[in-house]
Design a protein around this ligand. Structure first.
Ligand SMILES: C[S@@+](CC[C@H](N)C(=O)[O-])C[C@H]1O[C@@H](n2cnc3c(N)ncnc32)[C@H](O)[C@@H]1O
Length: 294
């Protein structure tokens, strides 16, 4: 019988405690990384009892991130990235993709897990345009007001915020839509927000809804203490004030895939969605007709 999950949530990252699974280390294991312990592998194996190919889900998530960053740093012309909940360094990190498009692109990684921060500083700060800052997405005033972040990013010019696989680790009581409103209100026009999360299709697909609920239970009760599968309507609130780029908030392999599908999509891959929002310039104030003084 699985031990109930410790109530780690996101408020107390387990950090270097090797007796409890950590979000970052479990994810690292799912990607085939080496920065994890037995406790993380056991937690992931609980998930694999329900979704044997959950590792493919993590790899799909990284492919999505790569396509989005390539688009943003290339055609969209963004040269400032804030990757929040960046995780442990892996193959193809945000700055490597962005700087292939534009060597001048600045990337600031943020994570609240001390292990990520230690590894991130050593492995990711490879050039003067790439930095790792220890911080929490829930910080008062948002990370857009964090002085360490502001050392590297200009808050008056467009920024792309990347939130891949993070918001589903925020419990409802932390009000993830409210958190996003705080970020979006501080972003300058011309900025982008890229989000991926676990997804509960609800009535759209009862079979996948059942899978999402089983996975949610495994993540929240037997594994990490968080990992919420929310509906599309719940998650669309994260983009309030933004215009969603086509094709919208979709299964990840429907968002500008790199080519034709090589195999049938797995059920576990269908309970994750992602989208990119754009902050348009505010509409010009309507001109009031001024009475003439004839
Ligand atoms: C599933 S991993 C995703 C890693 C990477 N973004 C990706 O998609 O490949 C989630 C990451 O979010 C971090 N995280 C969780 N809660 C956080 C918070 N409140 N503030 C900042 N980072 C957080 C975890 O430590 C972990 O590294």
């Amino acid at each position: 019988m699985a031990e109930p999950a410790p109530q780690t949530g996101v408020r107390a990252p387990v950090g270097v405690d090797t007796t409890r699974p950590s979000i970052a280390r479990v994810y690292d294991y799912s990607l085939g990384g080496k920065d994890n312990y037995d406790v993380d592998r056991v937690a992931f194996e609980q998930i694999q009892r329900i979704a044997p190919r959950q590792g493919d889900v993590s790899r799909m998530n990284r492919r999505w991130l790569h396509r989005v960053v390539r688009y943003l740093a290339g055609p969209a012309g963004i040269d400032q990235f804030l990757d929040i909940g960046a995780g442990l360094p892996t193959v193809g990190n945000t700055h490597q993709i962005a700087q292939q498009e534009n060597p001048e692109a600045r990337v600031v990684y943020v994570d609240n897990d001390p292990v990520c921060n230690a590894h991130g500083r050593v492995l990711l700060e490879q050039n003067e345009n790439t930095h790792f800052v220890s911080g929490d997405v829930l910080e008062e005033g948002t990370l857009l007001e964090n002085k360490n972040v502001l050392q590297y990013l200009d808050p008056d010019r467009p920024i792309a915020i990347i939130l891949c696989g993070l918001l589903h680790h925020l419990d409802d009581e932390l009000d993830p839509p409210g958190v996003m409103r705080e970020y979006i209100s501080r972003l300058p026009a011309g900025s982008y927000v890229a989000i991926t999360n676990f997804f509960d299709p609800g009535d759209e697909n009862p079979v996948l809804h059942a899978l999402a609920k089983q996975l949610e239970q495994a993540f929240t009760e037997m594994g990490l203490g968080s990992g919420w599968y929310r509906t599309r309507a719940q998650q669309l609130e994260y983009f309030d004030g933004l215009e969603l780029l086509p094709p919208g908030f979709t299964e990840l392999e429907d968002w500008w895939p790199a080519g034709p599908p090589a195999r049938e999509r797995l059920p576990e891959e269908r309970v994750v969605i992602g989208g990119v929002g754009f902050k348009p310039p505010s509409p010009a104030p309507r001109l009031r007709s001024v009475p003439s003084d004839e």
